[in-house]
Structure formats: C-alpha cells, structure tokens
Design a protein around this ligand. Structure first.
Ligand SMILES: *[C@@H]1O[C@H](CO)[C@@H](O)[C@H](O)[C@H]1NC(C)=O
Length: 310
C-alpha cells in the first residue's frame, strides 16, 4: 500500500517535472551583469538555437536531412528533430526550415543568414519601407525575404500548432536570419490565433531591422519574449548605423560580453531602446567579424557547403 502511494507520488512528480521542463524560460534582469558560471542554462539555449540557425544557413534540405551542417548538426539538440519544411526560394531570396522537437516540445522556425552570395544583395537593401502602413519603417531587403516565404511558413505552422497544441514555437536565425526571424514572428502572431501565447524569439548577431517607431511597436508586442543575442565585438549588430534612416534595435539585448560567455542584459530606454552599456559600448574600430562568426563556439554556417559565410 505504502509502496503504491509512493510510486504514485513519484509518477505525479515525474509528470510535473516533465511538463515544466518542456520550455525553460530564462530569468534575466535588464541592467544586470552575470558571470558565465551563473548562466549555463542560457548558454545551452544559445547553443541549441544557434545550431538551428546554422542548419538553416547550410542548405539543409528535407530530402537529405541533417547531413549538411557539419559539427553544428552533430548534436542531440538537432538530430532528434523532425524536419517538417525546408524552403529555398530564389526570388525573393529566402531559405529556412521548420523542425519539430519532441523531447523539448518545440516547433522551431529558423531563417537562413547570409550563406549565398546573392543574399548580400538582400543585406544591402537598407532603404526602409513602411511596415503595415503606419507602424514605422523596416529594412526592405529583410521584409521582402520574409514575405517571399510567408505563405508556406504560415500554412505549415498553422497545421503544426493544431497537431502539437502544447508545444512552444521558437523563431530563430543568425545575422540576416535573425532579423527575418523577428520580423516573421511579428507578422505571424498577428495572423495566427494563439501563437502570441506560446512564441519565443532567439536571434544571434542580428543587424538593425527597422527604425525607432518600428522598434517601439515590436517591443510592445514581442520585446518581453525576444532574446537578441549579441557577441562581444560583433560589427554586424552595429549595422545599418543609427544615423541612417533612424535605424534602431528592438529588445531584449543579451550581450555576451566575453568569449567565456559573461552576459550583460540591455535595459529599456524610452526613445530608441538601445543600451549604451551593452554591445554599443564597443568602438566601431575595435569590432571584428570574427565575433560575428562565433556564438559560443558555433559557426553561422557549415564552411563545407556555404557559398559565403557571414
Ligand atoms: C509537417 O507537419 C504536418 C502537420 O503535422 C504534417 O501533416 C506533415 O505530414 C508534416 N510533413 C513532413 C514532411 O513531416
């Protein structure tokens, strides 16, 4: 009798632990510094989502599976994931993937960075265009790229959300892919009922995506569940510059201030939310592309397959 009740308690406990372990939000307080040793769970999430970003930028295809992204894909974070959709659109240029991770109960939407020469043209389309008419202005290259895959991403995501009602939905990407992940998350929370309640956004080395007005719109809707990870002296996060078309970053900046992974969490500011003590504290001439290509040891794409790696 005693045994049975104990077993039951254990079972219930195991079940609760399992449910709460499904998505572990990380508690990070804006304006605080953390030693690398205090934030191991954050590092694990950075590496996990960075692997998806790398895969998306390495021509991963549903036909061949997780074979083309080298070391980044050689991890249980990735090879337990069922690829549901990979897209490679030429006009406008857009690549990415959707995966379903049963262990972590997550649906992940990953947008590719600059892994093809032609993607440089997307990056350079820095002229801004209005977002939804009145909600500020955004980078025209990123907007076009997101819209190029919008339909197929939306229809797959809608179906997956029905089939996996208790899974979180994570949007991720490195560099250009980070900007596109944030933009598509904002588009889709407005189009798909129930997405807002279970979405997270993790971006790495994201360039500025739009102007101050747009950043404020974004922050109001998704700033609290977005982790915009920046690496030490990454120059791409300083582009396009503030003075050009009033470009301004959205929240929440998670600045990896050292190679070991110490963290400073950016604070909110009233106008443009960029915290001068986070990555913008680094002088432009002290920045190096080396930092853009290294997020806690993970590369943005597999060198063996990418045409270009930035
Ligand atoms: C993608 O997910 C949908 C919804 O669960 C499913 O119907 C479809 O078969 C999946 N496709 C692949 C290739 O796994």
């Amino acid at each position: 009798m005693l045994r049975a009740s104990r077993l039951l308690t254990l079972l219930v406990f195991a079940l609760v632990a399992r449910l709460t372990a499904a998505y572990q939000d990380v508690e990070l307080v804006p304006g605080r510094r953390y030693q690398a040793s205090e934030v191991k769970p954050v590092h694990n999430l950075v590496r996990k989502y960075m692997r998806y970003s790398t895969a998306a930028s390495s021509f991963v295809d549903i036909a061949s599976g997780w074979t083309s992204c080298g070391l980044a894909c050689n991890s249980p974070d990735v090879y337990d994931v069922a690829l549901n959709l990979t897209w490679h659109v030429d006009i406008p240029l857009s690549d990415g993937l959707i995966g379903v991770h049963t262990r972590d109960k997550e649906i992940v939407v990953a947008w590719a960075g600059t892994h093809r020469y032609r993607a440089l043209l997307t990056d350079m389309s820095v002229v801004t265009v209005p977002y939804m008419g009145t909600e500020g202005n955004v980078h025209s290259g990123f907007l076009e790229s997101v819209r190029g895959a919008a339909r197929v991403v939306e229809s797959h995501l809608r179906q997956l959300m029905v089939d996996y009602p208790d899974y979180m939905v994570v949007f991720t990407g490195h560099s250009k892919g980070g900007a596109e992940a944030a933009l598509s998350a904002l588009d889709l929370v407005r189009r798909i009922d129930g997405l807002r309640q279970r979405v997270r956004v993790w971006t790495f080395g994201e360039p500025r995506l739009g102007d101050t007005h747009f950043a404020n719109v974004y922050n109001k809707e998704l700033g609290a569940i977005t982790y915009r990870v920046t690496s030490a002296a990454d120059p791409v996060v300083a582009m396009p510059p503030r003075f050009l078309f009033d470009y301004c970053h959205h929240n929440l900046e998670i600045w990896l201030s050292s190679a070991e992974g110490d963290i400073y969490v950016g604070q909110n500011f009233k106008e443009c939310a960029e915290d001068p003590r986070a990555s913008s504290s680094v002088d432009f001439y002290d920045r190096s592309i080396v930092w853009h290509k290294n997020y806690l040891g993970l590369p943005p794409s597999d060198h063996a397959v990418a045409e270009f790696s930035w």
